[in-house]
Ligand binder design. Structure first.
Ligand SMILES: Cc1cc2nc3c(=O)[nH]c(=O)nc-3n(C[C@H](O)[C@H](O)[C@H](O)COP(=O)(O)O)c2cc1C
Length: 206
């Protein structure tokens, strides 16, 4: 595995819209020299305790483990909006990170969040804020999007200063439009630059 610092892009996506955003953030990360993107997802959760899923998902990124998080130089967290909140599978994974919290593993690393919704006013900003909360508990430095990204003023769909968002429509099949694409790219790029500025990679690998 490469010894380059990486941005962990950790997302959950059932119908693909949040995954498309994750891939666009990854392109933004990869546009910065000296750092790479690592895409990871989390398994679905079920109210049936016995339910088990294959260890490797049928499509998209592989599942994250705690080490992906422990060693990242920065974190982008992505979730579909569910009742104005992040999706349970992502929250479930975050709830397994106490060990990292106890050791302060993520303190001072930059983080951001992104989300996808069916409806325009269906809770994008509240979902982004719901993802911000555990990141702050971990001592991460939250980075949204500045209004120097002109698409924030121009967008007719997704895009917020709290992080990027995407209006995916009723069936979650509306592609990212040009504004949303540019904002997701800019968010990945900004996070990568911040991560390099704050990086403790050499220190940790010494
Ligand atoms: C249980 C559940 C709750 C949802 N809640 C909301 C909501 O509060 N607001 C909204 O606009 N869309 C809501 N949606 C729709 C998803 O946010 C939307 O389809 C999203 O684009 C799915 O992302 P994905 O394609 O990455 O799975 C909900 C979907 C589900 C299954």
């Amino acid at each position: 595995m490469s010894s380059q610092p990486y941005i962990l892009i950790l997302y959950y996506s059932r119908q693909g819209a949040t995954r498309a955003m994750a891939e666009r953030l990854a392109a933004g990360v990869e546009s910065v020299r000296g750092i790479e993107a690592r895409l990871r997802t989390v398994p679905p959760v079920s109210p049936t305790c016995e339910a088990v899923d294959p260890e490797i998902p049928a499509e998209g990124a592989i599942y994250a483990d705690l080490d992906d998080l422990r060693h990242c130089a920065g974190l982008a967290l992505g979730s579909p909006t569910r009742f104005g909140n992040m999706a349970a599978p992502l929250k479930y994974f975050i709830d397994t990170t106490s060990e990292l919290w106890l050791g302060g593993a993520l303190i001072d690393r930059p983080a951001t969040a992104f989300t996808s919704t069916s409806s325009l006013h269906g809770g994008q900003e509240t979902t982004l804020i719901s993802m911000l909360l555990p990141l702050l508990h971990h001592g991460m430095v939250y980075a949204g999007l500045p209004y120097s990204e002109v698409e924030l003023m121009e967008t007719q769909a997704g895009g917020t200063p709290y992080g990027t968002s995407h209006l995916a429509g009723k069936r979650s099949d509306r592609p990212l439009d040009e504004h949303e694409r540019r904002l997701a790219f800019a968010q990945g790029k900004r996070l990568a630059r911040l991560a390099l500025a704050l990086d403790r990679h050499d220190e940790e690998n010494a």
